[in-house]
Design a protein around this ligand. Sequence first.
Ligand SMILES: *Cc1c(COP(=O)(O)O)cnc(C)c1O
Length: 392
Amino acid sequence: MANIKNILGNQLEKIKQDGTFKNERIIQTPQETEIDVLGKTVINFCANNYLGLSNNIDIKKAAIQAIDEWGFGLSSVRFICGTQTIHKELENRVSEFHGKEDTILYSSCFDANGGLFETILSKEDAVFSDELNHASIIDGIRLCKAEKNRYRHADMDHLEKLLKNSNARLKLIATDGVFSMDGVVAPLKDIVVLAKKYDAMIMVDDCHATGFLGNEGKGSADYHNVLNDIDIVTSTFGKALGGASGGFVCASKEIIETLRQKSRPYLFSNSLAPPLVAACIKVFDIIQNDYSYKKRLEKNTLYFREKIKEHGFDIKGFDHPIVPIMIYDEKKAIKMSEELLKKNIYVIAFSSPVVARGEARIRVQISADHTQEQLDYALHAFHGVGTELNII
Ligand SMILES: *Cc1c(COP(=O)(O)O)cnc(C)c1O
């Protein structure tokens, strides 16, 4: 007789044999550049804590104060009895930051992307999605009835061909602002040109950019100087913006109002908890008034990218604190991360199927909070292990 324990047990065994089983490592301290994990203290290069705000004292104070003032939880979805003054305040802050008419909060950016496409697009419409887009965009698009077009990663000729061939009423180009396996910013300047030529809208998921990329930290569109040409921005509070959780969509008031009326992960899921909302408002107070976090991140990123290249490593991307160090060989990449861990450097090796076969890499993520000593220690460790394993 079929038995779920056996069926799933066998599948799990296969995952283990394939070497793609994910073991969660348990952190015994707050999220910082130095953490205790696997019973020892390591320098952390794998969190999305770009601005170093995950354990920031002022943000923590704002959260604690909000518990006193607004309570712990809301026990409701937004439209029944789950919207407080602070939820509207945070939405206004995000709108102002992105220069958009309105913003809607979600429990996560996964939910924001999951509830976006089917709500605003119908079968007369078409969506054009980069093949390397985040899983949440892919799933969100799957749910919608619009014509679905997938273009080769950052391939503008391919995107143009697809746009040209479509007779859809509305056309929406959807892209990650930053592709997180490569540390590469989407070619938004070129996408804007195509969008204008073919009368398409643009949606950017800026999870790995909001708060730090570009002149004012407004993300990938800020980096490319096309802030006014992006129609829809989705992003997360779970990375640079304090790293707790929550997501949002920013766009015109018609798009946002439609999402409030019909987007399922918004309508049928609980409101963001008050301490989180108040702390996220504090995050905007910090990043809009004090560029020192962003400046330190840029300085650390530039330094690490330059130095690791000088050591002879091959890296991907430009200017972004995600620094993929290419090892190519899958086994070597895993071995490298293990050897680095012995030297108290915590990094993750990515191999197939997360990245293409033969493209295995160590992904280093830089934080504003990394000290010069930590960066130099890591560079030294990379040099040592890279030499031992004949990578450099
Ligand atoms: C992290 C990430 C998400 C998911 O964000 P959550 O708020 O954690 O759900 C969505 N899109 C991209 C591009 C991401 O990097």
